[in-house]
Ligand binder design. Sequence first.
Ligand SMILES: NC(=O)c1ccc[n+]([C@@H]2O[C@H](COP(=O)([O-])OP(=O)(O)OC[C@H]3O[C@@H](n4cnc5c(N)ncnc54)[C@H](OP(=O)(O)O)[C@@H]3O)[C@@H](O)[C@H]2O)c1
Length: 337
Amino acid sequence: MSKTVNVAIFGATGAVGVEMLKVLEERKFSMDKPRLLASRGGRTMKWRGEDVPVDAIAPTSFEGIDIALFAVEGDISREWAPVAVKSGAVVIDNSSAFRMEPDVPLVVPEINSSDIATHKGIIANPNCSTIIALIALAPIHRAATIKRLVASTYQAVSGAGKAGLDELEQQTREYAEGKPLSVSAFQYQIAFNLIPHIDSFGEDDYTKEELKMRNESRKILHAPELRVSCTCVRVPVMRSHSESLTIETERAISPEEAREILKKAPGVKVVDAPSDKKYPMPLDTSDQDLIYVGRIRPDQSLEDGKHGLVLWVSGDQIRKGASTNAVQIAEIVSQKL
Ligand SMILES: NC(=O)c1ccc[n+]([C@@H]2O[C@H](COP(=O)([O-])OP(=O)(O)OC[C@H]3O[C@@H](n4cnc5c(N)ncnc54)[C@H](OP(=O)(O)O)[C@@H]3O)[C@@H](O)[C@H]2O)c1
């Protein structure tokens, strides 16, 4: 890293913001004390053992800032990212607000870090389920060209932020106490349930979350022809999204070859020993950055059974699916400052 940079975290008090602070500290990012921003001040957060104040967002918030890590909802990003860019900061945004804009790079550093160079002030962090899927799929795509992907996601409640986490905890407590369950963060009760509805419904009755998997995968892999169908499901898991991924490839690929490719792939841990009951599960993949891949097997629905695979992945969507990916981008940006 070439110089000590000034970093702001906007949305510092939320699920992603809290983790960003932790990841910056863990990775020893070369920076001064961060500027922490949220909807209101009057709070402090710990940075290297010191109390740092949280400030209410204001038009002057980004003055003197080199890199602004945004961890707020899309409409708030849309309002404040231009303010930060005008102040001279590079914005790394976690929301979906800018991801599909042609002049905004959408980056997973292990896959397309060279796209960062094209930025004009804003760099987008992809959707969490898309990052988790592509960390496993990009190395296979490079080896055998994926033509088609069918994905089903099992998304943790923390994907809906702090409110989602609090709701599963509260409903579990209320259930145990025999009380009526309060519902506010999700459409229905999430404790002891599944909800096949994340974000709003759109094209062909797919949800926007499902369409992100298609659109963002195409952009990150530079594969505009990739065919994708995705079903996104909220599950009563605290942390770490899991996904079933079925792929069809141009070249034949065996599970053994895929396993060998993935063992060497950055950011991946292969856990695939079904006879020993070893496979990725969210309780094992949380609070870390590796994406776990297992249950790798041929797709028996294919005619020859050779041009496709089925995989199961699980990874911490607040870490690699959001905060760590953003900090990795910030590390690359900071080398150019
Ligand atoms: N959670 C995940 O797993 C995940 C993964 C990938 C991407 N993302 C994306 O990351 C972003 C943040 O998600 P999150 O899960 O961290 O959400 P969250 O836990 O709800 O946190 C939201 C943050 O935004 C701040 N905020 C809310 N309203 C505001 C306003 N009107 N003005 C200024 N600040 C405001 C909150 O500050 P206060 O404390 O002041 O309310 C808080 O710091 C979202 O775009 C989300 O889609 C989340």
